[in-house]
Design a protein. Structure first.
Length: 478
């Protein structure tokens, strides 16, 4: 008979929020696995945040930094928006929770996070600027402040359009590249989830919270042997004929690989499972394991119960190769997954590039078959691409049309109104049936009627124009 894993028992946490799905899913939790021979054993505790007092004490005296306000918290620390008075810039200042200052193990882990993050110099990882202690001995470190939202926030939006999913997959591809880099540097993250991925206001993607990371060279021995409790906590599993030691398991259950949930040996393949869990949520809207109840999520994680997750993937309507990628990353056996994030990064990058090729082919076909004048322009006033109807009607070459500001071709009397329309597009508003006049190569003006939509964050305008010159002439004769 195999090992039976105990149900969750809420110990020190004692908070209804942690029992409910929506709370635990976004926070790293710590579980202490004791005797795993029977579901009736009491040697089990869930350790987490005190939700009644989520923040530690105010930051002690630290001359370099002026704390503005807290912006987040996790299992170990409080993160503040702070001002670095040396360089007059805003930073993210992470400070160990005051109730952990006397805990040698937690201090060591906190310092490890700072040093690991500083070691990993990559565009997908926020740089660490400084590390030190307050006057009261509380450790802290400062890093780049990222203003934006998490991937969790993006995925939770009601918009499930292909465009939104394409954006999320682009973020995911960046995450895979970042984790591939970390693996190449001998580091595994071990807490990959959408809430640990920041998407900046200008599209920059950062993988954050490296507090649970480990050096790959240290993973030759099982996780349980590295954080074992005292020998007094050892219990005998008669069915396995061996002694099992109580062990702390850290991570987020909804995204946790089975070997991590069991306290077994972990490695880069554990991060691959985390990447698959993120992709599963992008495609289906939910992580692999239950967010309804902590006990259920734990049981699913340790037993690798992925049937429902795979069913959701099979019916999500996404492309088969994305579904297959998510499922292979979520394989219950580490040896059946891609060995590290580099393989996942290659697969998702190939998908994104292929999708872009298909989109470009479709756009090219539309350019060719459209009876109207179709163009892509920038909000700063230049055509970026025009179809052959523009050159046919106006008599200019494509090179001539894209090398000069389009406003140079607009009739002087129509320029102010055209600028107003561009301003509307820059604000994200659509434009329908706008009319102005464009100068052709022979010095004649043509009346155009425009319908346009913009993507302000990409500085792009998509517009269709109809030549209504004859219609205007007929209207003027009436």
């Amino acid at each position: 008979m195999g090992v039976q894993y105990p149900p969750f028992r809420v110990g020190r946490l004692g908070s209804q929020e942690m029992k409910d799905a929506h709370c635990f899913g976004d926070e790293a939790i710590t579980t202490v696995l004791g005797n795993t021979t029977s579901p009736d054993d009491d040697d089990f505790e869930l350790v987490g945040l005190d939700f009644a007092h989520p923040y530690g004490a105010e930051l002690s005296e630290c001359p370099r930094y002026r704390v503005n306000h807290p912006i987040g918290f996790g299992g170990m620390g409080v993160i503040y928006d702070a001002t670095d008075t040396y360089f007059n810039r805003n930073v993210a200042l992470k400070v160990l929770r005051d109730d952990y200052v006397s805990d040698v193990r937690m201090v060591k882990r906190f310092v490890h996070e700072a040093r690991t993050t500083a070691k990993l110099q990559h565009p997908g990882i926020a740089p660490v600027y400084d590390m030190g202690e307050t006057s009261e001995g509380c450790p802290y470190f400062s890093m780049q402040l990222i203003r934006g939202e998490t991937l969790a926030s993006l995925v939770s939006h009601a918009d499930s359009s292909p465009l939104q999913q394409s954006r999320e997959l682009g973020v995911f591809a960046s995450v895979c590249q970042t984790i591939a880099y970390a693996h190449s540097q001998g580091v595994v993250h071990l807490d990959l989830k959408p809430s640990n991925i920041m998407v900046g206001l200008f599209g920059q993607v950062r993988v954050v919270d490296w507090g649970l990371s480990q050096e790959i060279e240290d993973l030759a021995i099982p996780f349980s042997a590295r954080e074992e409790s005292s020998s007094a906590n050892e219990t005998t599993d008669a069915s396995l004929g061996k002694t099992r030691t109580a062990v702390q398991i850290t991570g987020t259950l909804a995204y946790m690989p089975p070997e991590q949930a069991r306290g077994e040996q972990i490695g880069s393949y554990s991060d691959v499972f985390g990447l698959g869990a993120i992709l599963c949520e992008i495609l289906t809207g939910e992580p692999p394991f239950s967010v309804c109840n902590v006990n259920k999520a734990y049981q699913q994680a340790v037993t690798a119960s992925l049937t429902h997750a795979f069913e959701r993937l099979d019916h999500c309507g996404s492309e088969r190769r994305l579904i297959d990628l998510a499922k292979v990353c979520l394989s219950s056996e580490p040896g059946e997954r891609p060995c590290d994030a580099k393989s996942v990064a290659s697969a998702i990058t190939a998908h994104v590039e292929q999708s872009m090729i298909h989109a470009e082919e479709d756009l090219h076909q539309f350019f060719e078959i459209s009876m109207d004048m179709f163009c892509i322009a920038s909000l700063d006033g230049y055509f970026k691409r025009v179809n052959s109807n523009f050159t046919r009607v106006l008599g200019y070459t494509e090179t001539q049309l894209i090398s000069e500001p389009f406003m140079a071709l607009v009739h002087p009397d129509d320029r102010d109104r055209t600028l107003e329309v561009v301003s509307e597009l820059a604000s994200g508003n659509c434009v329908i049936d706008f009319q102005n006049r464009y100068l052709d190569s022979e010095g004649h003006y043509h009346w155009f009627e425009w319908t346009a939509k913009s993507l302000p964050e990409q500085n792009m305008i998509f517009a269709i124009a109809k030549d209504i010159t004859q219609r205007v002439k007929l209207d003027n004769l009436k």
